[in-house]
Ligand binder design. Structure first.
Ligand code: NAI
Length: 320
């Protein structure tokens, strides 16, 4: 039998852990020996109100099973206070699961300043504040794991969720850069786009799906990505129903649409459109260096060749 993954000696903050997915993560970490800070503001799904009840209940659940947990009732916007609870109670911080979230769905035309700002404050700024507060502790101890929670709504777009989808994909950008800055300190950051029945999704999913898409089918990925054995960094996963898949970018070979010493015209773009959008033999650049390298190569090709290729099989060069 394989060796179980445990978190003895590790301190984890799970934000928004008073219910739904966060609760499941907190319970799972607690069962496997982590000291857990159960953060939850205890408000409603639109970001109104606050209460200590939700976090307290989860702390009691963890403790009743022999685990170690404390509650924190601050908003993730007060990230320093959330992390301070971990330091005061357990003396360190190893793992941050940025999970707290609210919804304020509106068609784009009806989205108010408040709808936009609250969503961005809780999801994007909240994850920034909590992660930044933990960052130097993780760097100094040469261990840290940070999880960002994105959403399929951010990856693919979703009607009525302009505020939410932009904040959620903003988290992916944040995670991509944290992964690069943290790598040499063994501070890793990955992003998940989960699907599970919860109070957030019960308004949009039929009851049988809410029931069958259990949060416990998401938690094991979060635990694995948080473990010191896991070397994954800077990746994005969709997860739900007991399935996990990894996503990456694909870029068409593209087309050079200008010639040396000539201007570049919209007509040339139009005439090359099919090739620009043709994903045959697409590349999968994974770093900004790869992305830039191919453009630098285009510059030299335009200098030495004829620009708009007479040979339709020639596209933009592959990234170096
Ligand atoms: P949930 O509503 O059950 O849990 C979110 C928790 O965050 C609540 O307990 C709430 O009190 C807490 N919270 C809200 N604002 C907070 C703040 N400012 N500070 C601290 N805590 C706060 O929702 P669910 O479904 O468990 O969502 C968890 C995360 O997963 C969210 O970020 C959500 O956007 C994301 N997500 C969920 C999906 C799903 O299918 N359930 C789909 C895609 C993303």
């Amino acid at each position: 039998m394989s060796v179980p993954l445990t978190f003895a000696g590790k301190v984890v903050v799970v934000t928004g852990a008073g219910g739904g997915l966060g609760r499941e993560y907190a319970l799972a970490f607690g069962r496997r020996g982590a000291s857990v800070v159960v953060n939850d503001l205890g408000g409603d799904i639109k970001g109104g109100g606050k209460s200590s009840v939700a976090a307290d209940k989860v702390v009691e659940e963890i403790k009743s099973k022999g685990g170690k947990a404390v509650a924190n009732y601050d908003s993730v916007e007060d990230g320093e206070k959330v992390i301070q609870t971990a330091l005061d109670s357990f003396g360190r911080i190893d793992i941050v699961v940025n999970n707290a979230g609210i919804l304020r769905d509106r068609s784009f035309a009806r989205t108010s300043d408040l709808d936009w700002d609250l969503i961005h404050r809780v999801h994007l700024r909240g994850s920034f504040m909590v992660s930044r507060a933990a960052w130097n502790h993780m760097k100094n101890q040469k261990f840290g794991r940070i999880i960002m929670t994105a959403s399929a709504a951010g990856i693919y777009g979703n009607f009525g969720q302009a505020n939410y989808s932009s904040a959620k994909l903003g988290l992916l950008g944040l995670a991509n850069t944290l992964a690069i800055e943290g790598q040499k300190y063994n501070v890793h950051c990955n992003t998940i786009a989960p699907i599970a029945g919860s109070r957030l999704t019960e308004t949009v999913m039929p009851p049988d799906l809410v029931e069958s898409l259990k949060a416990e089918y998401v938690a094991p990925l979060v635990l694995w990505l948080s473990h010191d054995q896991c070397q994954e960094n800077g990746s994005l996963f969709e997860v739900g129903a007991g399935w996990i898949g990894k996503l990456r970018w694909e870029r068409s070979l593209g087309s050079i649409v200008r010639k040396k010493n000539q201007g570049m015209s919209p007509e040339a773009v139009r005439d090359q459109w099919n090739r620009i959008c043709d994903f045959t033999n697409a590349k999968k650049p994974s770093t900004i260096t790869e992305s830039m390298a191919s453009l630098v190569e285009v510059l030299s090709r335009v200098e030495t060749e004829e620009g708009i290729s007479a040979n339709p099989t020639r596209g933009a060069p592959a990234p170096a």
